[in-house]
Design a protein around this ligand. Structure first.
Ligand SMILES: [Zn+2]
Length: 357
């Protein structure tokens, strides 16, 4: 569950998250294997999260001051503390990242704007955060854009979550931020490029991007608290959940891979990028034949869920768009628009909707 952006050359075949891009928490692994096929159920790859969740101090609820439950959302936004830093450091160690996270203070204007973003979320979403997110830590040098974490009780049950955001990753407005993330998949091309729009121009602020990424990370938390996805504590990565089984035959393969050969090569933040820009149309065409919402969803089952979750809130509950446009000498045309609303994704929407009931 990390979401990265902008860093340099990480190659993230670890767990990842891109939005998480590194998965930090996102525990997902992206490396894939080349085809193995039917027959025997192979055990999934070892899950790095099994070394973290319910094991280190930030992931144990007994180490948290229970007073968080009485704090306002505004008071939960605070510079990351030593326990949070140790959590990130553990993921950076597992992921092979060299970043050393440090506490960061949001300037008052952006802090106020972020508080407003959270307080004006649809009531079921705001309520879910109030009940289930103990802190929103601000940091820099995270090693990604954002991360999520879970705290477990003494019996190993996930009890609540926490969010971490790298404030330096959000200097750009939301549309430019998410476009830059997606462009890490493609080598630059003087003849064409593309863009993603998640906000109308009047609402295209950096804190709108923060809200989007925090909702993606919230999706990872909800996937555990509501048991919608396999547990982050499992020893080997599985697809043992109703949601994951819709698209995934293993933690690394989807049921669309034979018709979507690029899917297994979708890895963000690689240097060099995995694709040429002129393949974007074909990739989006292939994505269009799946029940997967975005290219980031293609990374692994946990990212698929987190993307579906954020887009459910973004488009179904908030009425906002997610539009991908190709720009070339002929002008621009839409490669994808609001896939979350397609009938092919109805079952995925239903599973996310159940979280807010
Ligand atoms: Zn993620």
């Amino acid at each position: 569950m990390r979401t990265m952006l902008a860093q340099s050359s990480m190659d993230l075949p670890r767990l990842t998250d891109v939005t998480c891009t590194r998965l930090g928490l996102c525990v997902v692994v992206a490396v894939l294997g080349v085809g193995f096929s039917n027959c025997r159920q192979e055990p999934g790859k070892p899950n790095p999260g099994a070394q973290v969740f319910g094991k280190i101090p930030a992931t144990l609820s007994r180490n948290w001051d229970k007073a968080w439950q009485t704090k306002s959302l505004a008071d939960r936004i605070r510079p990351i503390d030593a326990t949070g830093i140790a959590y990130v450091a553990k993921w950076n160690e597992l992921d092979g990242f060299e970043e050393k996270p440090e506490p960061a203070i949001l300037d008052s204007a952006r802090r106020s704007a972020l508080i407003k973003e959270l307080e004006t979320l649809p009531p079921p979403v705001r309520s879910y955060i109030e009940r289930n997110v103990a802190a929103i830590f601000t940091t820099r040098a995270l090693g990604g854009s954002a991360m999520a974490g879970l705290a477990y009780d003494d019996s190993g049950r996930p009890e609540f979550g926490f969010l971490i955001i790298d404030i330096d990753m959000f200097e750009k407005p939301a549309n430019e931020w998410i476009t830059a993330k997606e462009l890490t998949l493609f080598a630059p091309d003087a003849k064409q490029t593309f863009s993603i729009q998640i906000e109308d121009s009047a609402a295209n602020t950096s804190t709108a991007g923060m809200r989007f990424i925090l909702l993606h990370e919230l999706g990872h938390i909800a996937s555990q608290l509501n048991h919608t996805m396999p547990p982050f504590t499992e020893t080997n990565l599985s697809v043992d959940s109703d949601f994951a089984k819709l698209s995934w035959t293993s933690a690394e393969m989807t049921r669309f891979d034979s018709q979507f050969p690029e899917r297994s090569r979708i890895k963000f933040y690689r240097r060099p990028p995995p694709f040429q820009m002129n393949s974007a149309s074909a990739i989006y065409d292939h994505l269009g034949k799946t029940d997967i919402a975005t290219l980031y969803s293609c990374v692994d089952p946990h990212e698929d869920f987190a993307e579906t979750f954020v887009l459910y809130v973004h488009s179904v509950l908030m009425g906002k768009h997610y539009i991908v446009r190709l720009h070339d000498s002929a002008g621009e045309h839409v490669l994808a628009k609001d896939r979350i609303l397609l009938s092919a994704l109805a079952q995925k929407r239903k599973l996310v909707a159940e979280i807010f009931r």
